[in-house]
Design a protein around this ligand. Structure first.
Ligand code: TXA
Ligand code: MG
Length: 320
């Protein structure tokens, strides 16, 4: 079983030995290893059961340090980094050779971000190397937002989890890069598109598919509970599943259904606050997945602000 604690010196010692550590970020927990050591990076893929074509994000503590890993930093992306780092933004930048092929799955660009969590920033500060860290879940499953989520699934395989409490944002970072002179979003995430557009004008959101895994977190089926996850109009879905005598649980934006057992339903935000809904989303999906119901019924959020990224995750969870 993994030890859980706040000891960054101990986390550093494990990482220097080539072992992996669960780390808190503002988005989700990461499964971290030395990004410059191919063996540590290989261990990340093995531990997560992740296919080798799905590259990893490199985490570092400051914009200055990014220069060690990338050949150029386009001005427009610098503007975003200055505004939003540390924070839920990942940039795709041309990589230097020092970054192992395994980290980028052989692609020319490396994904980089400065996460916003005091413990992890302090850890990155005392390390001589950046951390490669995918979300700390088995490939395809729901991302973890608490130390106990990490412990439940990877606790047998890693020695230490740095305890930074519950993640503030609750959705993975927004991934952004450039194509020609245009800014392109490859994954919707915890940084809202409107925040980016305020600084750099209209940007393009790339339509991704499982046949084009530019950012394979965008594989059609991902972030998925084990149980069938059905999206639609909740009132109608409830009536239908009642009639068919299916044992169901309900994940709503804000509604509470008095006719359903309280333990069989979770409302993401009673006040219809999308930040609160994002923060609660993955933990709620896990709770219902671990409960007794046979299926989970859920509904989409409004398509505004963080609602877009939440809906992206809900749709991927619903694909079988
Ligand atoms: O918020 C986050 O980004 C979290 C925390 C731990 O930092 N990390 C995370 O990592 O979500 P992961 O591995 O679960 O998702 C990273 C995504 C994948 O979809 C991957 O395909 C994409 O980033 N990615 C990484 N490097 C890339 C590259 N060089 N080119 C294109 N996509 C890349
Ligand atoms: Mg992930």
């Amino acid at each position: 079983m993994a030890q859980i604690g706040k000891d960054i010196a101990l986390a550093k010692a494990f990482l220097e030995k080539g072992e992996l550590v669960g780390i808190p970020t503002e988005t989700v927990y990461g499964l971290a290893g030395n990004a410059l050591d191919p063996e540590s990076v290989a261990l990340i893929f093995e531990t997560k059961n992740r296919p080798g074509f799905d590259p990893l994000i490199l985490h570092t503590s400051s914009m200055e340090r990014v220069g060690d890993f990338v050949t150029t930093f386009p001005e427009k992306l610098k503007v975003l980094a200055e505004a939003f780092w540390p924070g839920p933004l990942t940039l795709l930048l041309p990589r230097k050779q020092i970054v192992p092929d395994l980290v980028t799955s052989g692609l020319n660009r490396v994904a980089v971000r400065v996460p916003k969590h005091p413990l992890t920033l302090a850890l990155l500060d005392i390390l001589d190397f950046p951390l490669a860290a995918p979300s700390a879940n088995p490939f395809g499953y729901i991302s973890p937002t608490t130390p106990s989520h990490v412990e439940a699934q990877l606790g047998q395989k890693i020695p230490y989890i740095l305890d930074g409490g519950s993640c503030d944002v609750g959705l993975e970072s927004t991934i952004v890069g450039m194509e020609e002179k245009e800014i392109v979003v490859y994954r919707l995430g915890g940084l809202e598109i409107s925040e980016i557009e305020k600084l750099v004008g209209p940007i393009k959101i790339k339509d991704h598919s499982s046949s084009n895994p530019q950012a394979p977190g965008l594989l059609e089926s991902h972030y998925a509970p084990r149980k069938p996850f059905i999206l639609g109009n909740l009132k109608e879905l409830i009536v239908k599943n009642r009639e068919e005598k299916v044992d169901f649980a309900v994940l709503s934006f804000s509604d509470f259904f008095p006719e359903i057992q309280p333990e069989s339903q979770i409302a993401l935000s009673a006040d219809k606050n999308l930040h609160e809904a994002a923060k609660n989303l993955f933990a709620a999906m896990r709770t219902l997945d671990e409960g007794n119901a046979a299926v989970i019924l859920a509904e989409l959020m409004p398509e505004t602000g963080l609602g877009r990224a939440i809906n992206d995750r809900l749709k991927r969870a619903a694909v079988k």
